[in-house]
Design a protein around this ligand. Structure first.
Ligand code: PLP
Length: 394
């Protein structure tokens, strides 16, 4: 008994992308060719001006502990960039800088939710939401995002799911895994519901700069939301800085000491040189980030068109992020088995939609953070699999 794990560990989920990546790497180590469309990571290197800023910071001695909430200079410059992108005035005291954006999810959910509370989260959605909600003992209430609504939610469904036990509503725009984008109208419905039930909102806006046809609308831009909203943002996706581990949250000043205390207990602080590189990312030359978005758009169009040519596969054209979420229900296969078969037999690494929650069943997620050549090869492997399934069936 003494050597058993704490029971809360059975409630902690995972992010399947990392498991599939590990499995795909094992296959490659055995000499198999694998096309990687599973992991949500830009295939570009961090732009040179940002790397230089990081190296200069290291050489300049930025190798020590810093304040838990972030270096004062970095908090101020992140607040400026975040605010001017959204037309808002943000104080440095509202910003907590973290090693990657993910800790903001953990800190916010753990700070706010506990047994007896309910937390509404998007489903399909980034799997860490559901995992951490369950970990706290709060009830995870899935808000379905359906293809027929362009992977947005139904306002009446949100209204019906919320009640006076609802402590927090989580939303994400642009969205992982579907690439869907919420409109100002959608956000106004979230605001109406949050105000009615006096609850918090956690708005995951990490893909806000990877948008193709529309302008980003932030939850913080909606009237009356600034004292109940935490916005998650970060450098990983926009600046191809996944491995640097740099993200931040913008929150009411009343919540900042609480989130900082969690950070003191868990990570102490974020590496100083990554924060200084992060200032250059936000305020320096933006051409690296802009080139990436242009290229992602070309890939999105190419991939969506190619997927729609495969019998039994349909794919909508997402407005943001770098994922597509094709519907494969017509293939008549269990989605998890299909994803496993694609990797093991055809060398195509993707994620089953169920890795993002039960409403992801019947879909696959492909990340198009990969070269056009690899995307073409990936589609042709999927096509071969679909043809083989058809001939096995007949
Ligand atoms: C929706 C969403 N939120 C947060 C994160 C976490 O980002 P980071 O790598 O900066 O921790 C990711 C990464 O995949 C994501 O897709």
């Amino acid at each position: 008994m003494a050597r058993q794990l704490a029971s809360r560990m059975s409630r902690l989920g995972t992010e399947t992308a990392f498991e599939v990546l590990a499995r795909a790497k094992q296959l490659e180590a055995r000499g198999r060719s694998v096309i990687h469309l599973e992991i949500g990571e830009p295939d570009f290197d961090t732009p040179g001006n940002i790397v230089d800023a990081g190296v200069n910071a290291l050489r300049g001695g930025a190798t020590h502990y810093g304040p838990s909430s972030g270096l004062p200079e970095a908090r101020a410059r992140f607040a400026d960039a975040f605010g001017s992108a959204r037309g808002l005035k943000i104080a440095p005291e509202q910003v907590v800088i973290t090693p990657g954006a993910k800790p903001i999810l953990y800190y916010t959910i753990v700070a706010l939710a506990e047994a007896g509370d309910e937390v509404i989260y998007p489903n399909p959605g980034f799997p860490i939401y559901e995992s951490v909600i369950n970990f706290t003992g709060a009830k995870a209430v899935a808000l379905p995002l359906r293809e027929e609504n362009d992977f947005s939610f139904d306002p009446d469904e949100l209204r019906a799911l919320a009640n006076d036990r609802t402590k927090l509503i989580i939303l994400n725009t642009p969205q992982n895994p579907t690439g869907g984008v919420l409109t100002r109208k959608d956000l106004e419905v979230v605001a109406e519901v949050a105000q009615k039930h006096d609850c918090w909102v956690l708005s995951d806006e990490i893909y806000s700069r990877i948008l193709y046809e529309s302008q980003h609308c932030s939850m913080l831009a909606i009237d009356g939301m600034s004292d109940r909203t935490v916005v998650l943002d970060g450098h990983s996706k926009t600046y191809a800085m996944t491995g640097w581990r740099l993200g931040f949250g913008v929150m009411p000043t009343s919540l900042e000491p609480v989130v900082s205390r969690l950070q003191t207990n868990i990570a102490s602080c974020t590496a100083a040189f990554t924060q200084l590189a992060g200032i250059e990312a936000l305020h320096g030359d933006q051409s690296g980030a802009e080139t990436m978005v242009k290229e992602f758009r070309v890939r999105r169009d190419m991939l969506v068109d190619a997927l729609n040519e495969i019998d039994g596969v349909t794919c909508n054209r997402p407005g943001g992020a770098f994922y597509v979420f094709p519907n494969v229900k017509a293939l008549g296969r269990n989605t998890d088995e299909l994803a496993t078969m694609l990797l093991d037999e055809y060398g195509l690494a993707s994620l089953s939609g169920t890795a993002f929650g039960k409403y992801g069943d019947g879909y696959l997620r492909f990340s198009y953070a990969n070269s056009q050549e690899n995307l073409r090869e990936g589609v042709s492997r999927l096509k071969k699999c679909v043809q083989d399934l058809g001939s096995r069936a007949s």
